[in-house]
Design a protein around this ligand. Structure first.
Ligand SMILES: *Cc1c(COP(=O)(O)O)cnc(C)c1O
Length: 390
């Protein structure tokens, strides 16, 4: 008999009743070290006092009105994001997938309004993840996402990850935009080289093509800059952000330059919940913390520590792990053992990690993780690896 919850997830036999900082308490009382943050969502850990205060204050004042009216909390967050980034304007959503929908619509509408309605095609990369909507799965391609869900939304093609030269050949008079994650998350923690991202920006500029960056997973301080593309010293035309920005409250946002957003006039897009006062109040509290230079500096310092210790772990368990990779607090261990076995062995040691493609185990801890928690994570992972060596 089908369960009352549609069984689309392969869930671990764990359920949590309370969270604090980097720790989650299981229903049976065990305390797990959370190195996954609900897939890069709890950027400030669990129950951060400032987020709890922001949400509960707003909850006692007003939950929802509608985008029929002005929403001051939305305007405050948009102003902050415009101040901190390349963007001139923001549209709020409830998820990363909804950001993919708008990014695609915005790019196509841009060319339509420029009198080039044939420019609808979007170039993406193999191994990407842009969400589970029809546009999201068509953009990413790949059998795992698309099989059985045809006919796919037309107008997407995928190039080999890392092959920037192929973008030049793939662009033609029908190309609207290129979409890419500066660091692939689901694809196995694969950072794009800064030179490659710069080169991609150059190719887009020379061909007048829009560059869409999907920073749903790698944005909001995750790499040690507020947004990952800042490392390459470039700016996108359109950027998708979700996951970390809500700190656990559902929130996404599409940021854009005035030029890229120029087709999106009144009536062209909307969302009932998008930019709701609760979500935007929490989002502003998250960005106010994460955008502080000292906060980001700490992420970079802890990244160095985690990296060094993960490399030590690989050296100590060469039959289980192959290499450490990633950037900021977005790291992966490519495994020799099966990644799911490593994640499961971690559960036995009361540590949460997240599997990814390419046989990788992902680490996306709260950005507020302490040095002691990094050491503790490595101890637990080492025990997990040892249990697999027996
Ligand atoms: C998670 C993710 C999405 C989809 O976000 P949802 O909030 O699950 O809809 C899109 N792009 C990237 C890079 C992601 O990691």
């Amino acid at each position: 008999m089908i369960p009352s919850v549609l069984p689309t997830y392969a869930r671990a036999p764990l359920s949590f009743v309370k969270g604090e900082g980097s720790w989650l308490t299981e229903a049976d009382g065990r305390r797990f070290l959370d190195m996954g943050s609900g897939i890069a969502v709890n950027a400030l850990g669990h129950a951060h006092p400032k987020l709890v205060a922001a949400l509960t204050d707003q909850a006692s004042a007003l939950w929802h009105t509608s985008n029929l009216y002005h929403i001051p909390q939305q305007e405050a967050l948009a102003d902050k994001l415009v101040d901190e980034t390349f963007a001139d304007t923001c549209f709020f959503t409830n998820s990363g997938t909804e950001c993919a929908e708008l990014a695609v619509k915005m790019a196509r509408k841009y060319w339509f309004e420029k009198g080039q309605p044939e420019r609808t095609e979007i170039i993406a990369f193999e191994g990407s993840f842009h969400g589970r909507s029809s546009a999201g799965i068509a953009a990413a391609g790949g059998d795992k996402l698309t099989k059985g869900f045809g006919p796919l939304l037309p107008g997407f093609k995928q190039l080999t990850w890392g092959d920037i030269a192929s973008v030049n050949e793939a662009i033609d008079e029908n190309t609207a935009a290129v979409i890419v994650e500066p660091v692939q998350g689901e694809g196995g923690i694969r950072p794009m080289l800064d030179e490659d991202l710069k080169e991609l920006r150059g190719i887009c500029d020379r061909n007048g093509v829009l560059l869409i960056l999907d920073e749903v997973q790698c944005g909001v301080g995750r790499t040690g800059k507020l947004f990952a593309h800042e490392w390459a010293g470039i700016a996108p035309d359109i950027m998708m952000v979700a996951k970390g920005i809500g700190g656990g409250f559902p929130l996404g946002v599409v940021l854009a330059s005035e030029e890229a957003a120029s087709g999106m006039v009144a009536g062209t897009h909307g969302s009932t919940y998008g930019g709701n006062p609760l979500a935007c109040t929490v989002g502003l509290a998250v960005i106010n913390e994460v955008s502080q230079p000292e906060f980001l500096e700490e992420v970079r310092r802890k990244s160095g520590l985690l990296r060094q210790k993960l490399e030590g772990l690989v050296a100590a368990h060469p039959d289980i792990f192959e290499e450490a990779r990633g950037t900021g607090l977005m790291m992966g261990l490519k495994c020799k053992a099966t990644n799911i076995d490593v994640v499961n062995a971690g559960y036995q040691q009361e540590i949460l990690t997240v599997p990814a493609a390419d046989n990788v185990v992902r680490f996306l801890p709260p950005l507020t993780l302490t040095d002691d928690e990094i050491s503790e994570a490595i101890n637990r992972l080492s025990k997990a690896a040892t249990s697999l060596e027996l």
